[in-house]
Design a protein around this ligand. Structure first.
Ligand code: EPU
Length: 423
């Protein structure tokens, strides 16, 4: 299993460029199932989850070819409709194929994702909403089997709670449903609006994406399109936080600062003023430690749960007691134990972590448990005394494109290595 060896204490300086957003690329890839024509997707990040989604599409008869930063997806002739467990278990977002499969092929069999490291994460809202569009659903040998022999029909749906991939699944299903669908209590995440933009390019009739109520007028068929996915706001935020922690002047380029408003506000409260340009954020060299902050994660435009772990690493180096509350997922503090092993002073009370800072961090061997937790351990390693080994970085590779290459270009010293099974 690959690991990172990080030599701490190296200041970061220079420019780092953000890749395309994993969480926008995944639904955009799934949306290719809605058409028989070729689709070109630009700026898909080279990360593991994208490869997994391409495999899911291959199992469904599509082919994906990448050349010069563009992925061309071509539909197959078959009517395959089964996303198998071997693929789904490695990536919950595979469930995104359910809506488009049902809408165009009128049936789908998708393995249920099961639990994952950050909580139970059920897909009941997806299933209930698809049933409202007329799908018949049952669970068979661990798979959701869904059928709509006469096609889906528009309906009014209110999500009981905001769900990002749930909104995306329904948007794709409704695009080819007969009549009008109104989706209420939708996710406002920029990735939803990006998917809607791609669907509009395919000929879908969608109004209100990016707002709580989305209206979709179903069409008979969708065309091919070319679409560029938005920059990854979570990757950008991770490098902004890295720059606050270990920076001697870092500019994060190719991002959309408007998507990072909540993080920039929190950093402002911590006393870190960033320079914001149209597509770049500059974190100036730090003179004093940041101040402690009180933050609760929330749906967009609130503070992203996907940046909670990284903020926690920063809190260990901030002056005072920070209170960081995780309000989206019930079990997203696994990084805390590893940070404590590095010397952080953190107590978890229910859904809130109280972080007493600043504390020095010591390098040691730590274990990554999920994607964002892994990023946090790398950030901690950047400022730890001595050497930090981050084990199980396959979690990191699911969502960060060449993280060590990007950080090393800023001056970090991170080596990817694999000591083999007997060392
Ligand atoms: N929920 C349910 N039932 C459902 C759907 C959601 O109870 O049917 C609950 C979840 O358990 C959670 C909350 O509702 O407590 C919100 O979950 P949501 O459905 O919004 O999450 P998701 O769509 O599965 C996406 C991102 C996650 C990100 C969350 C929250 C993708 C592919 N994944 O997941 O990204 O944390 O939204 O913003 O877009 C990551 O990139 O590291 C990652 C985990």
């Amino acid at each position: 299993m690959e690991k990172f060896r990080i030599r701490g204490g190296r200041p970061l300086a220079g420019e780092v460029r953000v890749s395309g957003a994993k969480n926008a690329a995944l639904p955009c890839l799934a949306a290719t199932l809605l058409t028989s024509e070729p689709v070109e997707l630009h700026a898909l990040p080279r990360v593991r989850d994208i490869v997994t989604m391409e495999r899911v599409l291959a199992a469904l008869g599509e082919s994906c070819e990448r050349a010069n930063g563009t992925t061309r997806v071509v539909a197959g002739r078959g009517e395959a409709h089964h996303a198998p467990y071997e693929l789904v278990r490695t990536m919950r977002a595979s469930v995104l194929v359910l809506g488009p499969l049902l809408a165009r092929r009128r049936r789908a069999r998708v393995a249920l994702p099961g639990g994952c490291a950050i909580g139970a994460r059920p897909v009941d809202f997806h299933l209930e909403a698809l049933a409202r569009l007329g799908a018949e659903l049952r669970v068979e040998s661990g798979d959701v089997v869904a059928e709509a022999p006469r096609g889906l029909r528009g309906a009014e749906i209110e999500f009981p709670r905001i769900t990002v991939t749930g909104t995306e699944n329904l948007l794709m299903a409704a695009a080819l449903a007969r009549g009008r669908t109104v989706l209420r209590n939708c996710a406002l995440e920029p990735e939803v609006a990006d998917l809607a933009e791609m669907l509009a390019g395919m000929g879908a009739r969608i109004a209100g994406a990016g707002s709580p109520t989305i209206e979709v007028e179903g069409v008979e068929a969708l065309d091919g399109t070319a679409h560029t996915v938005i920059p990854d706001r979570i990757e950008a935020g991770t490098y902004v936080i890295a720059a606050v922690l270990a920076g001697a002047g870092v500019t994060v380029t190719g991002c959309r600062p408007a998507h990072l408003r909540a993080l920039l506000d929190v950093l402002g409260e911590a006393g870190v003023a960033c320079d914001v340009a149209a597509d770049a954020i500059t974190v100036p060299a730090r003179t004093a430690p940041p101040r402690a902050v009180a933050v609760a994660t929330a749906e967009y435009p609130g503070f992203a749960t996907d940046l909670q772990a990284q903020l926690l690493a920063l809190a260990t180096r901030s002056e005072g007691t920070s209170e960081i509350t995780e309000a989206i997922f019930e079990n997203r503090f696994q990084h805390v134990l590893e940070l404590k092993r590095m010397g952080a002073s953190i107590e978890v009370l229910g859904r809130t972590a109280r972080v007493h800072g600043p504390t020095p961090l010591d390098g040691t061997t730590v274990m990554a448990s999920d994607l964002r937790a892994s990023a946090t351990l790398v950030l901690a390693g950047l400022v730890a005394r001595g050497e930090t080994v981050v084990d199980r970085i396959y979690h990191l590779d699911r969502g960060y494109e060449a993280m060590e290459v990007k950080l090393n270009a800023l001056g970090a010293e991170i080596e990817r290595f694999n000591p083999g099974p007997y060392r």
